[in-house]
Design a protein around this ligand. Structure first.
Ligand SMILES: [Zn+2]
Length: 244
């Protein structure tokens, strides 16, 4: 059966096909990951080239027949151009797109995750890049996908935590009894409360705060992302570069 369908979403990945084409991955507003061929999109004068660049939000009309779906028409909704002129912001946007590509399944219907990505991208458009806000995004993104982590109570037995040990498979932090014999990262009370705050507060409220504890939070959330992506993320390694 042949059909045309219209999708709006973010371009999260482009893979070269032959000399002029790309196989493009798009995270749609319905929360799914779709792939289609953008013919001629690697040619300089191509009309569709601009619309299938990374982290463009666009509307894409896809033709589905036999073989791979083909892009028929593309319109840019938002090119997020202020992000493209700023090294830190574009670094963060690339990392966000990579997370979508690695963690969203094809028919996932992760609409909340899409809304979160959109709100973080809009935040980046009008605010300076702030590592703590980026870390809050990553923690919330995991939560949207069903990996909501808790840091106030032991994820295993439920007792309140003054301090704890990081244990992602249990769902956050665990107490000394539930910790088990393996080596786990120790979390002080201030780390636990910062992680809770990062999961709860809006991006705008976090901006400019918690600078001194930021590095610890980043390491902890890096380890969450590594656990979720099974170490496949590359953007994380470049973060020291875009944070200067
Ligand atoms: Zn416990």
């Amino acid at each position: 059966m042949m059909r045309l369908d219209k999708n709006s979403g973010f371009i999260v990945y482009g893979f070269p096909l032959g000399e002029a084409d790309q196989l493009v991955t798009c995270f749609t507003s319905s929360g799914n990951l779709i792939k289609f061929v953008a013919k001629g999109s690697r040619k300089v004068k191509s009309k569709s080239a601009a619309a299938v660049q990374l982290f463009i939000l666009g509307e894409y009309v896809i033709y589905r027949g036999r073989g791979l779906p083909i892009l028929r028409q593309a319109d840019i909704i938002d090119s997020f151009s202020p992000l493209r002129l700023d090294w830190s912001k574009s670094g963060a946007a690339f990392a966000v797109m990579e997370l979508c590509r690695l963690l969203i399944a094809e028919e996932a219907r992760e609409q909340d995750a899409f809304k979160l990505v959109l709100s973080y991208m809009l935040h980046l458009k009008t605010n300076d890049y702030d590592p703590i806000v980026f870390d809050s995004f990553r923690l919330k993104f995991a939560a949207c996908l069903g990996y909501e982590m808790g840091f106030s109570f032991c994820a295993q037995c439920g007792r309140p935590l003054q301090s704890g040990w990081l244990y992602w498979p249990a769902g956050g932090a665990v107490c000394s009894v539930c910790k088990g014999p393996d080596d786990k990262k120790f979390l002080r009370q201030e780390d636990l409360s910062l992680l809770d705050i990062l999961g709860e507060k809006d991006f705008i409220e976090l901006r400019g705060h918690f600078r001194s504890q930021g590095k610890t939070a980043t390491k902890i959330i890096d380890s969450l992302i590594n656990w979720l992506t099974e170490g496949k993320t590359k953007a994380q390694a470049f973060r020291p570069l875009f944070e200067g």
